[in-house]
Design a protein around this ligand. Structure first.
Ligand code: NAD
Length: 259
């Protein structure tokens, strides 16, 4: 009988130790499950409902998560800086400096702290992958409030700067830009649409004409966390059903719209 645990014998992440934040819900929860199924040891962190209770905007907590990987598991190969908050649908005239500070602290400073503390430890094992969850809201407007969108644009910029600053370390840094995904963050949107009998309209603006599922983002994270993406670095991978590939337009104006 093998002494290697069943789940670490095979899999696209076999033997890798990876921190996932926002692991208690939505995209982080789906990713934790997928990474474990693919053989990774996942240090799952969240403010609640996770193995490790940690605030991603606290430098002390991020240091603690990286130390758990290093001291208890022998190293770190990846960090999925995924936790985030939306700040709701408040307009630019309603958001206070405190609202802005908290959204930027969690969504942008959180990933920056993850890179700062994870990269040197990932370098010790010969390299690996840091993935930060941005959003299509960071590409253009219309997918969130001003502070949220600015924080996600910041994440896209951050991964590019960090990839360059980690030159020679073999630590890759990439972002994922999800479109509309059904999670805790978007629950109210889905509930509102269901209450009006308009669930079919959710996500209808993208050419796949549907919202996404958390596992569809988890699959993108799996690619970026695995060695299959060994030459992908400083990139923001859009996973949005094609939503951001176009300017707004009227499908009727383009003749045949369906095959
Ligand atoms: P979610 O609300 O289901 O999950 C987010 C998790 O992050 C929650 O479990 C929450 O407790 C945790 N969290 C919040 N603040 C934290 C903190 N300070 N420290 C630790 N954990 C914290 O939402 P989700 O959609 O799975 O969100 C994951 C990421 O995806 C976020 O960065 C979000 O901005 C991004 N995103 C989501 C969508 C979407 O449509 N759902 C689209 C684009 C980007």
């Amino acid at each position: 009988m093998s002494i290697i645990p069943e789940n670490t014998r095979h899999g696209r992440l076999a033997g890798k130790i990876i921190v996932v934040t926002g692991a208690g819900s939505g995209i982080g929860k789906a990713t934790t499950e997928l990474f474990r199924n693919e053989g990774a040891t996942v240090i799952a962190a969240d403010l609640k409902d996770a193995d490790h209770i940690a605030d991603v905007g606290s430098e002390e907590d991020v240091i603690r998560l990286v130390s758990i990987a290093r001291e208890e598991h022998g190293g770190l190969h990846g960090f999925f800086a995924n936790a985030g908050i939306s700040g709701g649908l408040a307009g630019i005239f309603e958001q206070t400096p405190d609202d802005w500070a908290e959204i930027l602290r969690v969504n942008l400073i959180g990933p920056a702290l993850a890179i700062k503390h994870a990269a040197p430890v990932i370098k010790e094992v010969g390299g690996g992958s840091i993935i930060c969850t941005a959003s299509v809201a960071g590409l253009r407007s219309g997918a969130g409030g001003a502070a949220y969108s600015a924080s996600k644009a910041g994440v896209i910029s951050l991964v590019k700067t960090a990839a360059q600053q980690l030159s020679g370390s073999n630590v890759r840094v990439n972002a994922i830009c999800p479109g509309l995904i059904e999670t805790g963050m978007t629950q109210f949107v889905y509930e509102r649409a269901r209450a009006k009998g308009q669930e079919g309209k959710l996500g209808h603006l993208n050419p796949l004409r549907r919202g996404g599922e958390p596992h569809e983002i988890a699959n993108a994270a799996l690619f970026l966390a695995s060695d299959e993406s060994s030459y992908v670095n400083g990139h923001a991978l859009v996973v949005d059903g094609g939503l951001s590939s176009s300017h707004p337009f009227n499908r009727q104006d383009y003749g045949r719209t369906a095959i």
